[in-house]
Design a protein around this ligand. Structure first.
Ligand code: UDP
Length: 246
């Protein structure tokens, strides 16, 4: 197998691929009953790898790291190694469910508050009736308890969507994936909240203008602190560019 082209941003290797190709690739892995780990990384995740060595190691275990958001796409552009487009956790979640619906694949859902998870399952059943929900668990559990991974070992889902937010989701996957026989493990942040209708996605026009982050900020002003990660991220990327060109 040829090695995938990647772009290194602050030491995180992003796959050079578009959303459609990424989803097709994952469906191919499902067909072959393989086991894969996908990280959908935004600027906050990249910055966190610089601050937490254990987290960095967890992210390095991923088979694919995709560009979750315009911040990463812009950074790659700044470095003169553009990535094709955003490959976000939520878009991948929806794209996979569409394909899974066509092929009757099975999924396991881990994360979010129990009532959000129940709504996620209801909406999933409505929108993607052929997707088999192999099992699910809310995201507030005892980490010492191995009931979730035992459930996954028994039900052998094709996809395991882990929506615990970072860094928890990558840590959970890195620690538990070795015990599963197969399955595509994807960390997808707050995506269950969106499918459940708890959090609204920005209207398409905002997304097209690359202003989704601004829309989210206007809806959830408490996110402003997290937004501070962006200028810090840009500063560090500029430094990487300067250093790299010497
Ligand atoms: N969450 C969870 N367990 C926890 C903490 C958070 O399941 O211990 C869920 C939370 O309910 C939400 C999702 O993780 O559905 C994403 O949370 P957050 O917005 O903090 O993460 P981000 O979207 O920034 O990755």
């Amino acid at each position: 197998m040829t090695k995938d082209r990647t772009v290194s941003i602050l030491g995180v290797n992003f796959i050079h691929i578009n959303l459609r190709q990424m989803i097709d690739r994952l469906m191919e892995h499902v067909k072959n009953e393989e086991k894969k780990f996908v990280v959908t990384a935004n600027p906050e995740i990249v910055l966190h790898t610089l601050e937490d060595e254990t987290y960095k190691k967890n992210v390095e275990k991923a088979d694919y790291v995709t560009a979750d958001g315009i911040g990463v796409v812009k950074a790659a552009q700044m470095l003169g190694q553009p990535l094709p487009e955003r490959v976000t956790g939520f878009d991948m979640f929806m794209g996979i469910l569409e394909k899974a619906n066509e092929q009757g694949s099975s999924v396991y859902l881990l994360g979010a508050k129990d009532e959000v998870l129940q709504k996620t399952k209801q909406n999933m059943n409505k929108q993607f009736p052929n997707v088999e929900i192999a099992g699910s668990h809310h995201g507030f559990f005892d980490w010492e308890d191995d009931a979730i991974i035992r459930d996954i070992q028994e039900t052998k889902p094709d996809f395991i969507f882990v929506a615990l937010g970072f860094p928890r989701q990558e840590q959970w996957i890195a620690e538990n994936m070795p015990y599963a026989e197969k399955g595509i493990f994807v960390g997808i942040g707050g995506s269950f909240d969106v499918l459940a209708g708890e959090v609204k996605r920005a209207p398409e026009i905002w997304q097209k203008l690359n202003l989704e982050w601004f829309y989210r900020l206007s809806k959830q002003p408490t996110r402003w602190k997290r937004m501070l990660a962006l200028p810090r991220f840009v500063g560090k990327v500029m430094y990487q560019k300067v250093k790299g060109s010497k």
